[in-house]
Design a binder for this molecule. Structure first.
Ligand SMILES: Nc1ncnc2c1ncn2[C@@H]1O[C@H](COP(=O)(O)OP(=O)(O)OP(=O)(O)O)[C@@H](O)[C@H]1O
Ligand SMILES: [Mg+2]
Length: 181
């Protein structure tokens, strides 16, 4: 995986499989402190303490089609390759928080990639789930909250092509503003 936005898609997919109906995705880069941090948290079914201990091992998975689960162990590997840090907290019936921190200017840090594509895909393919996407550069941030968008749309589907394009452009424009500030 060459773009962190694809890792984000993968980790959020775990939250969806865990029956979450509210997923927070935060991408925070801090230039003076030289980190890029990704936090994905959900209110899904969570994992037991025993399972959590082994979850960063590629052989631990509850999937049935193939024995090896990759999403979490792969993301952990990438953080380690950039001298970063990885953590996962989870509680049965409460939810899960995955935190991946990278050294921002590390030569092996993959680019964030097409984050507006990732977020808009997650939103439009999972209308019954709410997403809160926060993008932060240093101290400036913007937030996209599907609960607010749904109120404004008043019944119009989030998978309408016009709405998907609007979401992508909204993210791109705000992201550019943040990076210019
Ligand atoms: N947010 C989550 N909530 C509950 N359980 C989770 C969550 N994320 C991961 N898990 C559990 O951890 C296992 C490992 O996840 P991981 O993403 O590494 O592999 P996978 O989802 O099984 O397979 P792959 O991602 O390769 O399709 C999952 O099968 C699931 O049981
Ligand atoms: Mg997975």
């Amino acid at each position: 995986m060459k773009e962190l936005s694809l890792n984000i898609l993968d980790i959020a997919q775990n939250s969806i499989s865990a029956n979450a109906d509210l997923i927070y995705i935060t991408v925070h880069e801090n230039i003076s402190e030289n980190y890029l941090k990704i936090i994905i948290s959900d209110n899904g079914k969570g994992m037991s303490k025993e399972f959590l201990k082994t979850v960063t091992d590629p052989f631990s998975t509850t999937r049935k089609t193939r024995k090896v689960g990759m999403g979490i162990s792969l993301l952990k590997l990438v953080t380690e390759q950039t001298d970063g840090a990885f953590s996962i907290q989870s509680e049965i019936g409460v939810g899960t928080v995955v935190t991946a921190e990278f050294t921002l200017n590390h030569i092996d840090r993959p680019p964030l990639g097409d984050i507006e594509q990732t977020i808009s895909t997650l939103i439009s393919c999972n209308e019954h789930i709410d997403f809160v996407f926060t993008r932060k550069v240093n101290k400036n941030e913007f937030v996209l909250d599907t609960r607010e968008i749904k109120k404004i749309l008043n019944g119009v589907s989030l998978s309408e092509p016009d709405i998907i394009i609007w979401i992508q452009e909204y993210i791109k424009e705000n992201e550019n503003n943040l990076l210019e500030e």
